[in-house]
Design a protein around this ligand. Sequence first.
Ligand code: ADP
Ligand code: MG
Length: 259
Amino acid sequence: MICIAIANQKGGVGKTTTAINVGTALAAIGLRVLLLDLDPQGNASTGLGINQSDRGKSTYDLLVRETSVRDAAVATKIPRLDIVPATVDLSGAEIELVEFDARTHRLDRAMARDADNWDVVLIDCPPSLGLLTMNAMVASHALLVPLQCEFFALEGLSQLLNTVERIRSRFNPGLSIIGVVLTMFDRRNRLTDQVSADVRAVLGKVVFETVIPRNVRLSEAPSHGVPALIYDHRCPGSEAYIALARELIGRMPESAEAA
Ligand code: ADP
Ligand code: MG
C-alpha cells in the first residue's frame, strides 16, 4: 500500500479535484483505492456522491475515536474506489486533537491498524498546515502538491516545504514529494505559460509533465456527485487526469502497483 497526501495550504488550487479524479483513474486500471476526506468542508465526499445522510463513520472517527479504517470506509459508485467521508465534526478536531499525546500520529495509527486492504490511499487535505494536514503528512509515504497556474503560484510553497522538512526530521523521515502538478492551466493566457516555465525552472523534475487545463467540465462534475472522469471521460480535464495518473504510477514504488 502507498499512501499519498494531496496537500497545499492554499485553498482552491485543485486538491479535491485531483484527489477525486486521480483516485478514479487509478481505480479504473484495477487498483483498490481509498480516499480519505480530511477537509471539514467535505467536498471530496460530496463530489463522489456521498450525501450527508450516508456519512456514518468519518475521518473524525479515525482521528478522535480510534475507529478502524475498514469500519469507516464506504463504497462509492466507482468500482474499487472507497472513501472515508468527512463530517462537520472534523472542523473541531484540530482543537480536540491537542489533548492527545501523540496528536500528530492519530491518522498514522488508524492506518497502521487496517489500511492494507487498499493499494493506494489518497488523502485530500484541508487548506491549512494545521494538525489535520500534519496527521496526513505523518501517515503518508509521499505528497502530491497541486499548484495553480497563477502569478503567485510559488508563493507559500516554501512554507509548505518547511512543514515537510519538520515532519521529516521529527516524525516521518521517509516522506517524499512524489510530484507537483500544475492545475487550471489556460492556453489562451500567456501568463500561465510563463508561470509554468518559471515553476519548472525553480522546481525541476519534481513537476509532472502533465498539466491540468482549466476545464469547465471539471468544475461541473461535483454538483452531479460524480468524478469528471465519469461525467465526461473525453473532456480535456479528464484526459489530463488520466495522463497524470499514468505518470504518478510511474513514480510509485513497485509494491503499490500490483492489483
Ligand atoms: P481545493 O481542494 O484545493 O480547494 P478544488 O479542487 O476544490 O480545490 O478546486 C477549487 C474550485 O475550482 C472548485 O470549484 C473546482 O471545481 C474548480 N476546479 C478545480 N480544478 C479545475 C480545473 N482544472 N478547471 C476548472 N475548474 C477547476
Ligand atoms: Mg478541497
